[in-house]
Design a protein around this ligand. Structure first.
Ligand SMILES: [Zn+2]
Length: 296
């Protein structure tokens, strides 16, 4: 997920809450998490990792070795320490280009092999990437209450630090707007993390049933075969996706991503069939910031 919004709109807070709405790790997952931490000698020290999902938030000055792992005796990096948990990258465009690009392969494969002279190690890294960025260097682009002081090329340069191929691998791209006074002062009850987790657990239960023969945990890990089976679309859902593909020129990867997200939205609604509105919502997440997407 990539959240774009002005400073103070609560992006970091939202990211930190994510671990609280994810299902608790299974015994097998906890063991895998512990194994990574034990390589680092971190089990039993300050880390209470058993029974919780890791939340890692490295600073944007991190090196590529720190991110994916490295060293003469290869040790796991942040992506492996975030295995089965959340990797939060705040100020996303401020990370070095090589550090961002090196994320692409592990994001897809769920594991990373680090090869150094005479030593080679493979570590798991099935993490959920959550990134946050300002809409422009000053942070006010698109803010109706405060004027943006950046020149247009500056805004473009800032955004282009996130490459197309990397963006293509991010399923959900959303805007996190400034919270208005009315919303902050509102005493309407908000849904608690515990309540949301109940809904997430229900959706995960549906997914466990779906993949019980294939050893998959969730929709995100579907391969092309499972996609074909689990993401059958009705005629109306199919036509809206077809239109979006034609008009927005999505890649094959984006097509798969939209199907997976639409499947997940349907699961959260406890619906067997992926409907038109599920596909539309998934398309919206994939086309954030594109002026040609307003027709959808
Ligand atoms: Zn600005």
């Amino acid at each position: 997920m990539l959240m774009t919004g002005p400073p103070g709109s609560g992006k970091s807070m939202l990211a930190q809450r994510l671990a609280g709405i994810l299902p608790l790790p299974s015994f097998g997952e906890s063991m895998e998490i512990a194994r990574v931490y034990s390589v680092m000698g971190l089990v039993g020290k300050n880390f209470e990792i058993l029974g919780t999902r890791p939340f890692r938030a490295p600073h944007h000055t991190i090196s590529d070795a720190g991110m994916v792992g490295g060293g003469s005796k290869p040790v796991p990096g942040e992506i492996s320490l975030a295995h089965h948990g959340v990797l939060f990258l705040d100020e996303f465009p401020e990370f070095k280009k090589n550090v961002l690009e090196v994320l692409r392969q592990p994001l897809e494969e769920g594991q990373v092999t680090i090869a150094r002279a005479g030593a080679k190690a493979t570590y798991p890294c099935e993490f959920m990437l959550v990134a946050a960025m300002n809409p422009c260097p000053c942070g006010n682009f698109g803010n109706p209450l405060q004027e943006c002081s950046c020149a247009r090329p500056q805004v473009q340069r800032y955004r282009s630090k996130i490459s197309g191929p990397l963006l293509d691998r991010i399923d959900i791209q959303i805007e996190v707007p400034q919270v208005s006074y009315d919303e902050m002062a509102s005493d309407l009850p908000a849904e608690s993390s515990a309540d949301i987790r109940t809904r997430v657990n229900k959706a995960r239960e549906i997914q466990n049933q779906r993949f019980k023969m294939q050893g998959l945990m969730c929709n995100a890990r579907m391969g092309s075969l499972q996609l074909k089976k689990a993401c059958l679309l009705g005629a109306d859902a199919q036509s809206v996706l077809h239109q979006a593909m034609d008009r927005l020129g999505f890649s094959a990867r984006a097509f798969n991503s939209i199907l997976k997200v639409a499947r997940t939205i349907a699961d959260l609604a406890c619906e067997k069939k992926i409907c038109r509105q599920h596909v539309l919502e998934a398309i919206q997440y994939k086309s954030y910031g594109r002026s040609d997407a307003s027709a959808f």
